[in-house]
Design a binder for this molecule. Structure first.
Ligand code: COS
Length: 389
């Protein structure tokens, strides 16, 4: 069977542009981000310097179309960037993933006026974005949320509290989901709003102390009679749940890329260590027990990358089964990240368990990728529903 017919479109893969970009970002990650990663983690410090670096390098523009100040380079390029940064520092990579997540509702469903008003400031990195869906009693099941928005004249008034919100306290722009008609049938009572963090009535009541991803603040935004103009409604009234689901169909690619980066970073570190470390008179990498671990780690990373690129290609082309593929990529890449980082700690032995070496941080960071933007159990629900039809 021939595959060389001229009209055959490649399924997915990196172009020369992707490869050139990957080497630039790999260098930035190695030289400017990796040296900061241990301190960012130890101090649970928001990396303002890394944010400035990404803005200078135009990395925040990756999710956005050129018409709104972005690079117009598409989802696969964003995944490549997130993967490369995550191999050095997962918290820093989350800056890029959340700029995608928090702006997607506006990009997918916002009015032209709202897009023009907001997106260029997000694309430049002047503003950071946040996606405020989850609540203390509504995580996997967002339809049970309590936050309400009511219409008063030309404004919406929002009351409620969100939970587990990435970029809490550092974001300037929040997309907030609220019930506008709690009695509406099905999912139709929820709407999405754009809220700036300096609105009266907005505050952050609590920040979490996390096991991993410690350079990325996670917290509880509170909306106490926050007023936004009617023009800040995203999409139509009652469309909020669908906008959230469509957003997650896209944004889970970013978490898959982050998980893959963590996995590849841990694999590469373990390989480097095994080449240098001498045991029983030879480098560890000559021992078959270690060789088999490293071979499995590298294989899992490669398989995860294939699935992620396939899913990203579906986003590039607007294919209908993106939701199933992004869920599969997020599920698989995050499980690979967890398995591989546990093995990396094992390869390093005692050194793997102490903070002088990066693999214990990678293991802690990996755990969150199995939980956020939909637990892996939720990903299985999404995949199974697609199979059911
Ligand atoms: N894209 C567009 N529309 C979608 C959709 C999608 N991916 N998924 C569901 N919908 C629509 C359905 O078609 C349905 O429309 P109608 O009301 O017109 O029939 C509506 O949304 C409700 O769908 P469904 O009945 O499937 O809703 P459920 O409450 O059963 O949803 C899941 C269940 C698990 C899919 C959903 O609650 C979910 O994804 N939860 C996880 C949320 C999450 O990831 N949270 C993490 C925090 S955000 S960082």
């Amino acid at each position: 069977m021939t595959t060389s017919a001229p009209d055959v479109v490649p399924l997915y893969g990196l172009t020369d542009d992707h490869l050139a970009f990957r080497s630039v970002i790999r260098q930035i990650a190695a030289e400017r981000v990796a040296p900061r990663a241990a301190v960012i983690d130890a101090d649970a410090e928001f990396p303002e310097d890394v944010r400035g670096l990404f803005a200078d390098q135009d990395l925040f523009g990756l999710p956005f179309e050129e018409a709104y100040g972005g690079t117009g380079t598409g989802p696969l390029m964003l995944c490549v960037a997130i993967e490369e940064v995550a191999a050095a520092c997962a918290s820093s990579a989350l800056l890029l993933a959340v700029q995608d997540l928090g702006s997607l509702p506006i990009r997918l469903a916002g009015s032209e006026e709202l897009k023009q008003r907001v997106l260029p400031r997000l694309a430049s990195g002047e503003w950071l974005a946040a996606f405020a869906l989850s609540e203390p009693d509504a995580g996997s099941d967002p339809r049970s949320m309590r936050t309400r928005a009511r219409r008063e004249g030309d404004e919406w008034v929002i009351d409620g509290a969100k939970n587990w919100i990435t970029n809490a306290g550092v974001a300037h722009a929040y997309v907030v989901f609220a019930l506008t008609d709690p009695d509406a049938p099905g999912s139709r009572g929820m709407s999405a709003f754009f809220v700036e963090a300096d609105e009266p009535g907005f505050s952050i009541s609590r920040l979490e102390h996390k096991m991993g991803m410690r350079g990325s603040p996670t917290g509880q935004p509170v909306f106490d009679g926050v007023r936004v103009p009617a023009a800040n409604l995203i999409g139509a009234e009652g469309e909020g749940f669908k906008i959230a689901m469509r957003t997650l169909d896209h944004s889970r690619l970013g978490i898959a890329a982050q998980a893959l980066g963590i996995a590849q970073g841990a694999t590469d570190y373990a390989v480097g260590y095994a080449r240098e470390r001498i045991a029983f008179g030879q480098p560890l990498i000559e021992l078959q027990g270690i060789q088999f671990k490293l071979a499995d780690m590298e294989t899992r990373c490669a398989a995860a990358r294939e699935l992620l690129y396939r899913a990203a290609a579906k986003a590039e082309r607007g294919e209908r089964d993106l939701g199933k593929y992004s869920a599969m990529a997020k599920l698989f890449c995050s499980d690979v990240a967890m398995e591989v980082t546990v093995e990396a700690v094992q390869v390093l032995g005692g050194y793997g368990y102490v903070t002088d070496y990066p693999v214990e941080r990678m293991m802690r960071d990996a755990k969150l990728t199995q939980i956020y933007e939909g637990t892996n159990e939720i990903q299985r629900v999404v995949i199974a529903r697609a199979l059911r039809g």
